[in-house]
Write a protein that binds this ligand. Sequence first.
Ligand SMILES: [Zn+2]
Length: 271
Amino acid sequence: MAFVRKYDLAARPEPDDLLLAASAGKALFTGGVEVPALPTASAMAQADGETLLLAGELDGRRVWLAPLPPSAPEGCRILTVKPIIPLLSPSLAAAVFAGLSLSFWLARNRFCGVCGTKTAPDATERAMRCPSCGELFYPTASPAVIVAVEKAGRLLLAHNRDFPPGRFSTIAGFVDPGETFEDAVRRELREEVGIEVEGVAYAGSQGWPFPNSLMAAFRAEWKSGELAPDGTEIAEAGWFAPEALPDIPAKGTVARELIDAWLCGRSPGAA
Ligand SMILES: [Zn+2]
């Protein structure tokens, strides 16, 4: 089962289709507390007459993007997505992540950035088109890197000031304009914890719509330097043995996948 991205401006929702109402890290769900699901399109009256845009198909059912309503219709709940990621199936997570990313993009491209005219969905591809000057505005994501650094069988984990108390994760940061992913990995480690690394190798990626990142994951090996947290973003950092990990990010995040992959490599059969 999967979420398949589709674009069809001429299609119209049917009552049994699914509704993907998501915005600013929150989304509309139905189903039990432990088993969130998307509501059907009939859950929300389209009183304002706004055309819903097709996001794709989730397990064979069409999914429509909609603005997040101010309050949840009967039988639905508005939930903050980040804490419930472990409860979402991979296909539902992909749909919800797409919904959050697309709503972020749509909300910021309602008017043409060149001439100021109100934009409209393009007829053939996922983009907003300016009817006056023809400019196209495609969905965008901010590239970021995240890296698992090893030193003598231990993993570098750090506590970011924005994390919940006690939570540690791999180092992450945004890619500067014109910078390669690998350069960003080396720069972030230098800036945030004062170390140099070698053997930077790609290890996967994840769209991270909080609000619109695309995380590229890497592995690297420590080369030189003592850990020196920058004190502004990183409050604390350390080298952790596989059997003594602190509180780490939940399943379903690329950070956790990086850590689990490292654990598998370090201690076969684990994770
Ligand atoms: Zn324009």
